[in-house]
Write a protein that binds this ligand. Structure first.
Ligand SMILES: [Fe+2]
Length: 260
């Protein structure tokens, strides 16, 4: 047995869909209730679907009974303020797990690289069912900001930078990619993030919206990239030294808990 995966992700692991007309939507995300939830960077989250419909963001496997990231329950207090966001999450017709709006405060490129992480989307996901991927619908207008994807965490050559103007729609296998967002600001970024189960419904949705697995990566000065990479190496080395000094052998050298 193996997981059901979208052929759209076979080649590159991500697709960029047609832009959504974000200007035509009300700014529902500004009315939502946000909870503090540490992710990659300085963040808060407004849960739209959670494990049991509560106003919280924890992985479904951290609840009792523990289960995988599917069959999310709508959070009434938030979805009643955001019918458009709910409808957009439901449009593919695929099973939805976690669904929430992230608020990310501005950061810089080196910080984004430091925060690169892989999502834990498929814990407890039964073999033979659909692989969980994530949709990122940018709500705020951040054309100079990028969703950064790397196949290899420490290899800038594998980096793809996807610009995030209002209405940008990207679906990513975020368990495969190291990823984080470089939000230039000065305002925070808002994005609807939805866990979807791969299958024929999601395939049809990607096709309908012309999912492009070869969307061009935004250019960036290689010297700037190398300088940031060196900064990350230094920070990780310092962190490793700190952990070592605390005599915690075997402690993972990873950025802070990251789950957006
Ligand atoms: Fe993530």
């Amino acid at each position: 047995m193996s997981y059901i995966r979208s052929t759209a992700f076979e080649e590159t692991g991500y697709v960029v869909l047609d832009r959504h007309d974000q200007a035509a939507d009300p700014k529902e995300w500004l009315d939502l209730e946000y909870v503090d939830w540490k992710s990659s960077g300085q963040t808060r989250f407004a849960p739209l679907a959670s494990a049991f419909g509560e106003m919280e963001c924890d992985g479904f496997w951290n609840h009792s009974p523990a289960r995988t990231d599917k069959d999310g329950v709508w959070v009434a207090a938030n979805v009643e303020k955001a019918p458009v966001l709910k409808a957009r999450a439901e449009e593919p017709g695929a099973n939805i797990g976690r669904c929430r709006v992230i608020e990310l405060q501005p950061n810089d490129y080196a910080n984004a690289l430091y925060n690169l992480h892989q999502d834990d989307n498929n814990r407890l996901n039964p073999d033979g069912t659909g692989w969980i991927v994530r949709g990122f619908f940018n709500l705020s207008d951040d054309p100079e900001s990028y969703l950064i994807l790397r196949e290899d965490r420490f290899d800038p050559e594998t980096e793809v930078r996807i610009p995030l103007p209002a209405g940008a729609q990207v679906i990513v296998d975020t368990q495969r990619f190291w990823h984080a967002v470089w939000q230039k600001g000065p305002e925070p970024r808002y994005c609807l993030i939805t866990s979807w189960e791969s299958g024929p419904e999601l395939d049809a949705y990607i096709e309908r919206h012309h999912g492009d697995p070869h969307s061009p990566s935004a250019p960036l000065d290689p010297a700037f990239v190398e300088s940031a990479q060196a900064d990350v190496r230094r920070r990780l080395a310092e962190r490793a030294a700190t952990i070592s000094a605390r005599s915690r052998p075997g402690a993972a050298i990873e950025p802070d808990d990251s789950d957006d």
